[in-house]
Write a new protein. Sequence first.
Length: 121
Amino acid sequence: MRQNLDAAEERARLAAADLLAAASQVIALHSMRPEDVRDDVDAAVLSRRVTSYAPSWKLDDAWDDVDFASRARAEVGSISATVSASAPEPGDEVLAAEAEVIGRLDVLAAECERRARVLRW
């Protein structure tokens, strides 16, 4: 069961890091100013943002997602510290507790993955 717990923890960590990267990219693209333009790609991004009806909701969502990813990373760290600090003896209660922790980590990972997909769409 410990292997499943480690896999769930790693998935949640990676999903939170991916969400943070996706949100940071959206924020960078939507916060670009004319003085930040370094090449033709930056100029095209800035021009499209100024001349089109690009959704501005993404920027607000990206800031919310940065907060969510930060909280998710903190929760995963807290769960990891709690699990590694306890040295449980084998039993049904331990298996139930580990299943509950794995479930929570899976929920965090799934929500981070969903939010990152929405930002990239």
